[in-house]
Design a binder for this molecule. Structure first.
Ligand code: DX5
Ligand code: ZN
Length: 218
């Protein structure tokens, strides 16, 4: 079964918990949290204090997406505020192996992400050591951008590699997902879909989430 990881970045922060409450009687298990440092990407989002507060009021699997240089510096902090899954960027780590190992040592799941211009083959050697690959289908940094079809070719190559080598790695896709392109994306074999503006930008968040799960089940 495919899962949705709604992206908090698209919430209205003046009534954040009200938005999140609308996920509570749905099938949603994951919550996507984008952390940006203004250096790896040209934007700044929110920090650890916000994640800690959200954690106290919500039981989702906290799917953190670190768009920051040298994320190894913040792994302890993420553990402290309650992250379950920590996804770092291939392009952002000087010592990727050490970063992966440190996240594991802290007993969190490990994800590896890549920007649209990075070749998917570069990640293959790490697949046996990680839990998830996050394929970016927009340039990281902002919500509300258009889906890049070139990401589907990456999903296809990744799906084939994972199935042939039985690495069991999950495939997550992030950026520009809407109900209109969801079916096509799911058919390429992703396991988790991130969606921000197409979920929290709607007046009725709960019924929009239900539409996603109807498509997953179809
Ligand atoms: C972009 C972030 C995404 C973003 C997706 O850098 O990684 O998670 O919130 O937003 P939408 O679904 O609006 O493209
Ligand atoms: Zn993200």
């Amino acid at each position: 079964m495919v899962e949705l990881s709604p992206s908090v970045l698209a919430c209205n922060f003046s009534h954040l918990q009200e938005d999140l409450n609308q996920l509570k009687n749905t099938d949603v298990k994951y919550l996507h949290l984008d952390i940006m440092d203004g250096i790896f990407v040209p934007n700044i989002s929110f920090g650890f204090g916000v994640i800690k507060d959200i954690r106290q009021a919500n039981n989702f699997i906290f799917d953190t997406h670190l768009m920051i240089e040298e994320p190894i510096r913040y792994i302890d902090k993420l553990k402290e505020v309650g992250a379950d899954l920590v996804t770092v960027h291939y392009e952002a780590c000087k010592d990727l192996k050490a970063t992966i190992n440190y996240i594991k040592e802290k007993k969190m799941k490990v994800g590896l992400s890549l920007k649209p211009k990075t070749d998917i083959e570069k990640l293959f050697t790490y697949l046996k050591d990680i839990d998830l690959v996050l394929v970016m289908s927009v340039e990281p940094g902002f919500g509300g951008q258009s889906f890049m079809d070139s990401s589907l070719d990456k999903v296809k190559k990744l799906r084939r590699y994972i199935d042939e080598n039985k690495t069991n790695t999950l495939i997550e896709i992030d950026g520009g997902i809407k109900t209109s392109n969801l079916k096509k994306v799911v058919d390429y074999g992703v396991d988790i879909v991130v969606s921000g503006s197409d979920i929290f930008g709607k007046d009725d968040i709960k019924s929009q989430v239900d539409k996603y799960y109807e498509i997953f089940k179809s």
